[in-house]
Every structure is written in C-alpha cells, then in structure tokens.
Write a protein that binds this ligand. Structure first.
Ligand SMILES: Cc1cc2nc3c(=O)[nH]c(=O)nc-3n(C[C@H](O)[C@H](O)[C@H](O)COP(=O)(O)OP(=O)(O)OC[C@H]3O[C@@H](n4cnc5c(N)ncnc54)[C@H](O)[C@@H]3O)c2cc1C
Length: 219
C-alpha cells in the first residue's frame, strides 16, 4: 500500500468544549483508519507534530480529534489558535488499540479513560453499533464529560474527582473498587500512565486476565 506522508487538511469545524479542550474537524482527504487508531497532527508549516487518537468514526466523511491544551506545550497552544479554514498537517493513521477482532467474541467491553483518553472510545461507539460497553471517564469536573450525550444512556459514567456533579464522586479507581467487574470483561484503558497502572492492578486483582486488558498511554 502507498505510504502516505504528511498532508495538509483544512479545518471545517471547531467545537470549544471547555476553556482548555476543543474538537477540530478536518477534511478527510482519503485518510483511511480503523476506530482506535491515532494520527500525528501539527500546525501548518510547523516542524512539530503530536499523536492524537481519532475521535470521529470511520464512516464519517471528516476526521476529528479531541485536544486538551497543555500550558507551555509545544503543539497544543498552536492548535488551539487555529480556526475554520486554517490547515493542519496529518499523516497516516497507525496503532493497535482497536477492537476489530474482539467484537466478534461477544464479550462485554469496559472502556476506562482519563481526560481526552475518551477519544478512541468515542470512535468505537460510532463504528460499532450495538456494542455492549461501559465507559468510565475520569475527569476533574463534570463539565469535562466531553459530549457525553453521544454515549447510550446508562453506558457512560463520569467519575469526577473535584466536584460532585458527575455520576460518581471519586476517581475511576474508587469506582472500580466499589463496583468490581466480571472477570470475562474485555478492558481498554486510555489516558495518563498513572491511571492506567492503577486500573490495571485493580482489574487483575478482580480476576481479569492481563491479555484481556489493552492500554494506550498518552503521557
Ligand atoms: C497514542 C497517543 C494518542 C494521543 N491522543 C491524544 C488525544 O486524543 N488528545 C490529546 O489531547 N492528547 C493526546 N495525546 C497526547 C499528545 O500527543 C500530546 O502529548 C499533548 O497534546 C501535549 O502536546 P504539547 O506539544 O502541547 O505538549 P509537550 O510540549 O509535548 O508536553 C509538555 C508536557 O505535558 C505533558 N502532557 C502531555 N499531554 C498532557 C495532558 N493531556 N495533560 C497534562 N500534561 C500532559 C507531557 O508529558 C510533557 O511533560 C496522545 C498521545 C499518544 C502517545
């Protein structure tokens, strides 16, 4: 297959979700991917790019990413300044944090995210209709429950550590200790490495086999 290098994609929509978090929708321009994969994205003419999980579904005729600005970061403040009609550079989608084969097993999925780590799960839910899943989303504030209406009622649980306006007050780890999973659950963990490490330990103690726990570390 032809190797795709960085191409310029025009931004066609920008959704500001909180002071620091936004969704950029870009022209698709033939970019092929499977839900769960990520792309490198950077400002036009910029020499720096960063990885972003694809937030949109493969059937959409656009590409979306969900970005949280990191103060003093090299790339995110520049992406935040961009708007509709600006371009970003994007390369091929890569990665193995996918559920293509696993959906055929018919087992329930548990998706555990911190912050923007919800992005690949949003794409899964868009790609696979009728998926049996539960999303646990660890955020500080309920306002960071990014576009929660996109998930089927009852399947999305916001675990808020700094306010009581979510579905559960506490971290995802507290939720899992209070609500153990069935050991036959397929568990996908995405976000910061501390959360992933702690959740992995809890799930193993609850009897989930390590080969049924997949991880995608952002930082
Ligand atoms: C496979 C993969 C997929 C990713 N998908 C996404 C995504 O969908 N959305 C998204 O927003 N980010 C995602 N990231 C993180 C992203 O690639 C960048 O690291 C992040 O946007 C910061 O880039 P920056 O250039 O602004 O900061 P940098 O200059 O690279 O980093 C500054 C510092 O901030 C830390 N940092 C990085 N991300 C965060 C964060 N979210 N919160 C706090 N500190 C952070 C870094 O460890 C570093 O120490 C992903 C990372 C990987 C590896």
């Amino acid at each position: 297959m032809r190797k795709r290098s960085f191409n310029l994609h025009k931004i066609i929509e920008k959704r500001v979700l909180t002071d620091s978090t936004f969704v950029l929708r870009m022209e698709r321009n033939g970019l092929d991917f499977v839900a769960g994969q990520h792309i490198q994205v950077g400002p036009p003419n910029g020499i720096h790019t960063r990885e972003y999980s694809i937030y949109s579904g493969p059937a959409d005729d656009y590409i979306e990413i969900l970005v949280r600005e990191v103060e003093d970061g090299l790339v995110t403040p520049a992406l935040k300044k961009l708007d509709v009609e600006d371009g970003v550079v994007i390369n091929d989608a890569v990665g193995y944090f996918t559920i293509e084969k696993e959906v055929t097993a018919g087992l329930p999925f548990l998706f555990v995210a911190s912050g923007t780590g919800i992005s690949p799960f949003h794409s899964f839910v868009k790609q696979y209709e009728g998926l049996d899943y539960q999303v646990l989303h660890g955020v500080r504030l309920a306002e960071e429950s990014y576009e929660r209406e996109e998930y089927e009622s009852g399947r999305y649980i916001a675990c808020t550590s700094q306010d009581e306006k979510g579905d559960f007050h506490g971290r995802v780890t507290d939720y899992l200790i209070a609500n153990p999973v069935n050991s036959d659950t397929l568990c996908y963990l995405c976000g910061n490495c501390d959360m992933i490490h702690d959740v992995f330990d809890i799930l193993e103690k609850q009897g989930v086999k390590s080969e049924n726990i997949l991880t995608e570390v952002y930082f």
